[in-house]
Design a protein around this ligand. Structure first.
Ligand SMILES: NC(=O)c1ccc[n+]([C@@H]2O[C@H](COP(=O)([O-])OP(=O)(O)OC[C@H]3O[C@@H](n4cnc5c(N)ncnc54)[C@H](OP(=O)(O)O)[C@@H]3O)[C@@H](O)[C@H]2O)c1
Length: 381
C-alpha cells in the first residue's frame, strides 16, 4: 500500500487523482488539500478519510464548520503542506496546486526524497534548477503528470538518453488555432475558457488558449529531461486531435509516440504506478474499430499568434530568473484578462515585455526567486 499526499485535491487534477485511486488497488490517500472550496474538501474527507485535511487559505478557514471523520485532523495554512510532504508515512506527493503557489510544497517533497507526481508545471518553470538539484541530492523521483511530459517520459524508455535526437512536444493549438490573427483582439473570456479537446481548470485552459501553456511546458520539459535548447533538442508540433501526447526521436531516426484519448487520469495513474502498468483504471480506451485522423502542423513562427512558443523557447534557453518572471507575469496577465483589464491578444506581449525588461540573473537562490516573483506581481499594471 502506497500513501499519497494530494495537494490541490479540490482541483481538476486533484479530482481526477481521486478517481484513479478509487479504481486501482494499492494506494491510500493520507492527506488532501484545498484552498477555497470547503464543501468539496469536506466531501472528499468523508469519502477518503485521510489522516490530514489541509485548508491552505487561512481566511477561508474561518468559515469551516464541518465535522471530520474520526482519525482526520484539520490543518490550516500553506505551512502544513511543507510539513506533511516531509512526513515519513507519505510515499508519493501529488503536486496539483495551480500556479507558483505549488513551488514550496514541491521543494519540500523533493527535500524529503519523495516520489513527486508533478502536475504543477509552474514550480519547474519558476524554480526548475533548484527543484532538480534538490531531487538529485535526495534521490526524489519526479514523475511528470502533464500529459505531454508523461508521454515523453514513457517514450524515452524505448532508448538511452544519449541516443536522443529531439523531443517533439505536441500542442492542440487551443480554441483559436484556426482563427485569423486580426480576430484575436476580440476573444472573450467565455470563448477562451472553451478548450476543444481537454477539460481542465480555468488557468491552464486560458494558458492553452494563448499558447502560454505550451511555453510553460517547453520550460518544464527542459528541466525534466535536461534538454539542450541550443542544440534544438525540443520542437513543437500542433496536433489538434490531442491523441499523440508527444514524441521522442532517437539518433537512428525512429520516432516513438505515446497515444491515448485526452484524459488526464491515465498520466496521473502512470505517475502513481510507474514502473508498473495496471489495468482497471478509469480512462476510456481508444476505439480502433473506427477511422482515425491524426494531423500535425508545424507552427509558423513568423505569425504573432505563435509568439508564446518563441518566448517559451527563448526563456528555456536563458534559464536563470527568466522562468520565474515569465510565470509571474503570465499569472498576473491572465488574472487581468479575467477581470476585463487586459485584452486577450495583449497577454503574451505583456509577458514578453516583462521578461525582456527584468534584471536577469543566472543562478538565483530560492530567496531571490521568491523576492523577484513578488516584485513582478507588485509592479504589474
Ligand atoms: N487540469 C488539467 O487537465 C491539467 C493538465 C496538465 C497540467 N495541469 C497542471 O496542474 C496544476 C493544477 O491544474 P488544475 O487544472 O487542476 O487547477 P484547478 O482546477 O484550478 O485546481 C487548483 C487546485 O489548487 C488549489 N489552489 C488554488 N490556489 C491555491 C493557492 N494559492 N494555494 C494553495 N492551493 C491553491 C485549488 O483549491 P480550491 O479549488 O479549493 O480553491 C485546487 O485544489 C496546474 O499547474 C496545471 O497547469 C493541469
Amino acid at each position: 500500500m502506497k500513501n499519497i499526499a494530494l495537494f490541490g485535491a479540490t482541483g481538476s487534477i486533484g479530482r481526477s487523482t481521486l478517481d484513479v485511486v478509487k479504481t486501482i488497488d494499492g494506494f491510500r490517500v493520507l492527506a488532501i488539500s484545498g484552498h477555497k472550496n470547503l464543501k468539496l474538501l469536506h466531501e472528499q474527507s468523508m469519502l477518503f478519510r485521510p489522516r490530514w485535511v489541509i485548508l491552505t487559505d487561512e481566511n477561508a478557514a474561518k468559515d469551516w464548520n464541518f465535522e471530520l471523520p474520526v482519525g482526520s485532523e484539520l490543518c490550516v495554512g500553506m505551512k502544513a503542506l511543507t510539513q506533511i510532504a516531509a512526513e515519513s508515512d507519505v510515499d508519493i506527493v501529488v503536486s496539483a496546486i495551480v500556479g507558483r503557489a505549488g513551488l514550496e510544497s514541491t521543494i519540500a517533497a523533493a527535500q524529503a526524497g519523495k516520489r513527486i507526481a508533478l502536475a504543477n508545471k509552474e514550480s519547474l518553470v519558476a524554480g526548475g534548477a533548484l527543484v532538480k538539484q534538490i531531487a538529485s541530492e535526495t534521490g526524489a523521483e519526479i514523475i511528470p503528470v502533464d500529459s505531454e511530459h508523461s508521454a515523453i517520459f514513457q517514450s524515452l524508455q524505448a532508448g538511452k538518453r544519449k541516443e536522443l535526437e529531439r523531443v517533439i512536444l505536441t500542442a492542440s493549438g487551443g480554441p483559436f488555432f484556426r482563427l485569423p490573427e486580426k480576430d484575436l483582439k476580440n476573444v472573450t473570456l467565455d470563448q477562451a475558457l472553451k478548450h476543444p479537446t481537454w477539460n481542465m481548470g480555468a488557468k491552464v485552459t486560458l494558458d492553452s488558449a494563448t499558447l502560454m501553456n505550451k511555453a510553460l511546458e517547453i520550460i518544464e520539459a527542459k528541466w525534466l529531461f535536461d534538454l539542450d535548447m541550443t542544440r534544438r533538442e525540443l520542437e513543437v508540433m500542433i496536433h489538434p486531435q490531442s491523441i499523440v501526447h508527444s514524441m521522442v526521436e532517437f539518433h537512428d531516426g525512429a520516432v516513438i509516440a505515446q497515444m491515448s484519448p485526452p484524459d488526464m487520469r491515465l498520466p496521473i495513474q502512470n505517475a502513481l504506478t510507474y514502473p508498473e502498468r495496471v489495468s482497471g483504471g478509469p480512462t476510456k480506451r481508444t476505439n480502433w474499430s473506427i477511422d482515425q485522423t491524426l494531423e500535425f502542423f508545424a507552427p509558423d513562427y513568423s505569425k504573432s499568434k505563435f509568439d508564446a512558443l518563441k518566448l517559451g523557447l527563448e526563456t528555456a534557453s536563458l534559464a536563470g530568473t527568466a522562468g520565474v518572471v515569465l510565470n509571474a507575469a503570465n499569472e498576473m496577465a491572465v488574472t487581468a484578462f479575467t477581470r476585463g483589464e487586459l485584452r486577450f491578444d495583449e497577454i503574451v506581449p505583456r509577458v514578453r515585455k516583462t521578461v525582456e525588461e527584468h534584471d536577469f540573473r543566472q543562478n538565483p537562490t530560492l530567496e531571490e526567486l521568491t523576492a523577484l516573483d513578488e516584485k513582478i506581481r507588485k509592479d504589474f499594471r
